[in-house]
Design a protein around this ligand. Sequence first.
Ligand SMILES: [Zn+2]
Length: 129
Amino acid sequence: MSVAPSSPVADLGADAAEVVDTPEGVQLHGTRCRGCSAASFPGRFVCYRCGSRDLVPAPVGGSGTLYSWTTMHVSASQPVPYTVGYVDFAHDVRAFGHLATDRAWQIGDPVEVARTPGGWVFAHPGGTS
Ligand SMILES: [Zn+2]
């Protein structure tokens, strides 16, 4: 059984790959609006700023700054504890994701996108998850 979207237009889930390997390292890929240049991650079908549907896949970057984070100790869907946070990238993109748990985090820490066996994670630069 499928569940109908709650909005008239499916917004998230543009077909751009979420994470790509580049010569500069692992980078998040989202979309950029051709109308107003707003960037988004994850990719969208509709621009959050101007409502345009003219969006193209675009890199968001591979490094940013930790905006905020928290550690989850209760979950019905995955093993605990795990840490999640928001990372600020260039072009006013604030992305949400899991944080590596090899070391402690502080708001303002530099962050890089790293591959994991199950996908990707925000990690300390040069660190491993
Ligand atoms: Zn736009």
